[in-house]
Design a protein around this ligand. Structure first.
Ligand code: ZN
Length: 219
């Protein structure tokens, strides 16, 4: 995917995916038209991560300091985030489109990220569970990539195909997991895409109604 990179101030309404990994995939918008990548630098990735509320703020501060000290390494880390994001997009597209096998290249790409993430992880005992645990100390600027990869692998194993949907809104292309009780959510966000489509239909109806007298005169 070739996307236009555009500065964007992330807002809560940009997080409609129902899972942090889906929200990462949705940081490229308008995939159905000309894709726009809203993450225009490593600091923006940190802003997005902070907004999700899924990362320890102290880790994000530590990553900010690392990025200031090593801007070239931060740029490389962001390039890997983008590669991970696109591979995840392709896998999720397949999993959401029932009976479509996930493209092997995309799965292999996720696997490469996963190997690196596991390489930075330790098994930690917490309460009654043993889980992989990552840290900024061991992963450095790759910390978010590693975290997002491990969470992505968890998600890809449990993604409900009948509830994973692509928003049909114009210039959207966002995925979301429908967690509503009725399983009838259609839009990423009713307030944006839902209303945009409804508003356009309303406008077209009004325009047709306004034209009707002229059409009658013309015939
Ligand atoms: Zn939408």
């Amino acid at each position: 995917m070739v996307a236009i990179v555009q500065a964007h101030v992330f807002r809560p309404r940009d997080l409609v995916g129902g899972h942090v990994v889906i929200d990462l995939v949705n940081t490229v918008t308008a995939r159905d038209a000309t894709p726009i990548d809203w993450i225009d630098g490593y600091p923006r990735l940190l802003e997005w991560a902070a907004l999700t509320g899924r990362f320890d703020p102290a880790d994000l501060v530590a990553l900010h300091d690392l990025a200031v000290a090593e801007p070239a390494a931060a740029a490389r880390a962001l390039a890997r985030t983008r590669a991970l994001r696109e591979a995840l997009h392709d896998v999720i597209t397949a999993l959401a489109g029932k009976d479509v096998p996930a493209p092997p290249q995309a799965v292999a790409q996720v696997e490469r990220h996963w190997r690196r993430a596991v390489g930075g992880a330790r098994l930690a005992v917490h309460g009654g569970a043993v889980r992989p645990r990552l840290s900024v100390e061991t992963s450095g600027l790759e910390y978010l990539n590693h975290e997002l990869t491990l969470r992505a692998v968890d998600l890809l194993g449990t993604l409900p195909p009948d509830r994973t949907r692509l928003c049909p809104g114009p210039r959207c292309g966002w995925f979301f997991i429908d967690r509503s009780r009725g399983n009838r959510r259609r839009w990423c966000d009713m307030a944006t895409c839902g209303n945009a489509v409804k508003g356009r239909a309303h406008y077209q109806r009004k325009r047709q109604a306004a034209r009707a007298p002229e059409d009658r005169q013309a015939t």
